[in-house]
Design a protein around this ligand. Sequence first.
Ligand code: PLP
Length: 385
Amino acid sequence: MERTSHRIDTKLIHSGEPSPLIEGAVSMPIFQSATFESRGEHDYHALRYIRLNNTPNHDALHKKLAAVENAEAALVTASGMAAIATTLLTLLGTGDHLLAQNCLYGGTHDLLLNEFPRLGIEVGFIDGNAPQSWTAKVKPRTKAMYVETITNPLMGVADLPRVVEFAHAHDLIAVIDNTFASPVNFRPPDWGFDLSLHSGTKYLNGHSDIVAGAIIGRAALIEQINRKLGHFGGSLDPHACFLLHRGMKTLAVRVRHQNDSALKVARFLEAHPAVESINYPGLESHPNHDRARELFSGFGGVVSFELRGGVDSAEKFISRVTLPISAPSLGGVESLITRPATTSHSGMTAEERLRAGITDHLIRLSVGLESPHDLISDFEQALEG
Ligand code: PLP
C-alpha cells in the first residue's frame, strides 16, 4: 500500500510509476508481450502472463489505483462488468445471499436477476434510504452488501456510512460501485468499504476509447478476486492498460470541471419551464443533497431529467441538441445524452424500470468538457418551441 500524504492530484500523476523510470521513459511504456521469460516461479499465479494481470503495465496501474483511493490493493479488469461479476462470484457461491440496492446500473441488475438464480445465488433488494428496513432482509447466508455511490440513472445517494456500519455489524463484505463519483469525489476505503468497483470505461479513463474496470480495496480480498480473475479470464490488455493509465493522469482536472459544469447545467434545467423533474445531488432540491454534501467533494458530471410531454419531447430534445452525442456511456470528455430505457436500462422489463422509478422519458446527460456556456445555449435552443 502506498500511503503518502500527497493529494489525489499528485498521486494520479506520480503514484505507481516505475522507479527508476524504464529507460528514462517519462510515460509508462507498453509491454505488449503475452508471456514473460520464467524467473524460476513455481506457483501458477506467479507466472507472468497477460491473463494473470501481472505485466509491468498492470502492476503500475494497480499501485496507482490503490494509492488514489487510499486502499491496500487494486486490480484492473477487462470491463466494469468483469470487475462486478468477478468480485461477486468470488464472494458468493451456491446457497449464498446478497443484499443489493434496489436501483442499480442496468447491467448489474441484469446480472443479479438473470444470471445469479441459475447459479443458486439469491439476491434481496434494499432501499438505500431506509436502514430500518435492512435487518429484516438479512438471511443466514447473506455474505455481502452491494450499493452504488450515486445510482445510475436516478442519482440517488444511499446512507453510505450506515451501509458500512450495518454490513460490518452483520459480518458482510461492503461493496460499492464508485463509478459515478470517481475517486476524486469519493474514496470508499476512507469510509470503511471493503471493496470499491469502477467501470474504468467512464471517468477513470475519460476519453470514451476503451472498456476497462477496476477493483480496489482490502489486500486479502483483492488476492482472492485476482485468483478468480485468472480463471474467468477478464484481465485487461496492456494497450488498454496504457490508455487507462494515461487517462487517469488528468482525472482530477477533468472531474472538477465536470462537477462545476454539471451543476451549472442542472441549475439551468431546474429553472426551465419545459423541465418536469431533475435529479442531481448538487441541487438543494435533491432529497439526498445534505448527505451528498457531507460525503462528496463534488457531485459528479451526470444529470438526469424528464421533460414535460413524455417520450416525444425527450426524443425531440435529443435530436435537437447539437453538442451532446446521442450515445450510451458517460464520463468522457464529450457530453453524451441517452434515454436509459432504450440503452443502459433496456435489459430491465418496463415494469422493473417503473418500480425503480425510471420512466421511458427520463433523459441521462453526461456532461463533458465543453464550455458550460455553450452547452446551456445549446439546451436553450433545443428546448425552444
Ligand atoms: N457500473 C456503472 C455505474 C455503469 O454505469 C456501468 C456502465 O455503464 C458499468 C458499471 C459497467 O461498465 P462497463 O461498461 O465498463 O462494463
